[in-house]
Design a protein around this ligand. Structure first.
Ligand SMILES: NC(=O)c1ccc[n+]([C@@H]2O[C@H](COP(=O)([O-])OP(=O)(O)OC[C@H]3O[C@@H](n4cnc5c(N)ncnc54)[C@H](OP(=O)(O)O)[C@@H]3O)[C@@H](O)[C@H]2O)c1
Length: 157
């Protein structure tokens, strides 16, 4: 199973100057629940923001300029190489923008956290064909900045 997991603002912003441009307590709960025990594949800049392998799951970093390894951490030179490295485990593509765009045709599910406001940033989630997916609203979370967990499941091809 290949899925994509992302949080984006109303204006599709996912990042700014190498960071996630919001701090919302609890917002990453679903990321942890879904990815624990599985494989996350992320681009070099996204990995550098976190700075270390995520606990209790396998991290595969896609990069042609750097090499990261450690316990449960691997480097691949392309998305396809990363997918091969993951073997039979469930894969969660975890950003950034280029990786999301390249993975989009391959994903069966998109786990999206919709942040309920516009946010200034320099990195955007790529446009996608919404009619290729069925959207399910999973949970609305209120607070200073409300957000909603949604799941897009690809229709039968
Ligand atoms: N809101 C969210 O859910 C979310 C999730 C993830 C990231 N972010 C944000 O997004 C921003 C980072 O995203 P980004 O798009 O700038 O960078 P990124 O995709 O994380 O990293 C870019 C680098 O990854 C490697 N790479 C990515 N795709 C590749 C591919 N298909 N094939 C080969 N190499 C590939 C390249 O590394 P080399 O240059 O080393 O070859 C590239 O320079 C940050 O602001 C981060 O906070 C947000």
């Amino acid at each position: 199973m290949i899925a994509l997991i992302v949080a984006f603002a109303k204006n599709q912003v996912i990042g700014d100057k190498g960071h996630i441009p919001w701090k919302i307590s609890g917002e990453q709960r679903r990321f942890k629940e879904l990815t624990t025990g599985n494989v996350v594949i992320m681009g070099r800049r996204s990995y550098e923001e976190i700075g270390k392998p995520l606990p209790d799951r396998t991290t595969i970093v896609v990069s042609n300029t750097a090499h990261f390894d450690g316990e449960n951490c691997f480097t691949a030179k392309s998305l396809m190489e990363a997918i091969k490295l993951a073997g039979n485990k469930d894969i969660y593509i975890s950003g950034g923008a280029r990786l999301y765009e390249e993975a989009m045709p391959l994903v069966e599910k998109m786990y999206i956290t919709e942040i309920d406001c516009d946010i200034k940033g320099d990195t955007y989630f790529p446009p996608f064909e919404i009619e290729e997916f069925v959207k399910e609203i999973n949970e609305k979370c209120e607070g200073e900045i409300p957000y909603t967990y949604v799941t897009y499941t690809r229709k039968q091809r």
